[in-house]
Design a protein around this ligand. Sequence first.
Ligand SMILES: Cc1cc2nc3c(=O)[nH]c(=O)nc-3n(C[C@H](O)[C@H](O)[C@H](O)COP(=O)(O)OP(=O)(O)OC[C@H]3O[C@@H](n4cnc5c(N)ncnc54)[C@H](O)[C@@H]3O)c2cc1C
Length: 118
Amino acid sequence: MFNAASTRAEDLAPWPAGRITALGDAVHATPPTAGMGAGAAIRDAAGLLTHVSAAADGTATLTDAVDHFEAGMRRRGSEVLTPAMKTVRWILATDTTLGAAATTVSTPILAAAARLRH
Ligand SMILES: Cc1cc2nc3c(=O)[nH]c(=O)nc-3n(C[C@H](O)[C@H](O)[C@H](O)COP(=O)(O)OP(=O)(O)OC[C@H]3O[C@@H](n4cnc5c(N)ncnc54)[C@H](O)[C@@H]3O)c2cc1C
């Protein structure tokens, strides 16, 4: 079973911006089912660097920089968690006797339909 964060952006980092923040799996733990968690963590790091650089230039306060970073991080986290959790729900739904039977019947039909499309 996967432990994953909520897919809802507003549930991620539901705290006011301050001097401490989190990025990547530490705040939007992402199951591997979309293959996007590492990419989201890298994009978070780039976003944090961009916003903290603005604070270092004096064009923003550190709290504002973290606030802007966290807004983007919540959106990115939700964007990767949504497809990842969709696949997890499919896995859970088919991991039953009925789900396994439905998969056995439907897979050859779906494969034939896919072949017809190409
Ligand atoms: C089986 C599997 C397959 C995956 N496949 C993909 C894929 O194909 N594509 C993709 O984009 N993502 C994939 N992911 C997801 C991806 O691995 C994660 O989303 C990504 O590694 C998160 O990066 P992170 O830096 O946030 O966290 P992590 O990679 O978990 O890094 C956190 C680091 O902090 C260290 N740490 C923890 N506690 C402490 C402490 N107290 N003090 C010091 N250090 C500490 C840990 O040792 C670790 O090195 C996969 C995940 C799994 C499990």
